[in-house]
Write a protein that binds this ligand. Sequence first.
Ligand code: ADP
Length: 274
Amino acid sequence: GEALAVSARVAPLGSRLVLLLVEDLTEARRIEAVRRDFVANVSHELKTPVGALSLLSEAVMDASDDPEAVERFAGRMQIEATRLTNLVQELIDLSRVQNDDPLEDAEPVRVDELVAEAIDRCRHAAGTKEITMAAAGADDLRIWGNRGQLAAALGNLVENAVNYSPARTRVGIAARTVVQPGGDLIEIAVTDQGIGISEKDKERVFERFYRVDPARSRATGGTGLGLAIVKHVAASHGGEVTVWSAEGQGSTFTLRLPEARAARDRAHRMSHRD
Ligand code: ADP
């Protein structure tokens, strides 16, 4: 009777331990698979422009007595080289946001400056498509975070809004404070009147290298990493990014990030707790 009772007491604990170990292994295996997929994706993404460059340089050599053809091929080489540069830069950005703790050198970051920078970065692309960009509400708002990472995140959202919109539409950037008991948040919403995203793709667009339409993304110089970077920046700042979209009508990507004063007060309270 005694032995039975003991084993009955031990058994649930034992099976829970086994279960934990199995879960741990599954999680480790999943992470390993994600890592392997990522390396395979990167290799593939690098190979495409490098392969094109190699073919194009051969074509230039063969066409040396046809200046018009040389010019055409050289133009395409430039496009492929830009693509390669973008991809390498975004890979560097992604590894940076994954490895650096943004709150280590956090500071109050002015939202109006972030918005102006993001608009500046897209001015050329927006201009050629006659897309109007308008910002509202950003004055006097500050986020607690890493300036470079926040700029990269907002820049990516505005860039996408321009890239995935037809000519003569509007991109709006609206910022406001959301008062919350746990500490105020700054909300920045980027709205476009573009192609939109289907219900099924909405969950996946934040994955690394996921694109709804790879050809379109590539044509605009997209790398498929932008939203993965945005998501990581939001999460590591203790915030989030969400998307609302209707196919054929447009999308709104919303960033919610800690307000500077609220975040600093909270950090202060935590460090002075008995
Ligand atoms: P990309 O470099 O391809 O733009 P992202 O990670 O920034 O990569 O976005 C992933 C995919 O999500 C894009 O390829 C596109 O299909 C979709 N997407 C992102 N932003 C928008 C938007 N504003 N409107 C419609 N589709 C979008």
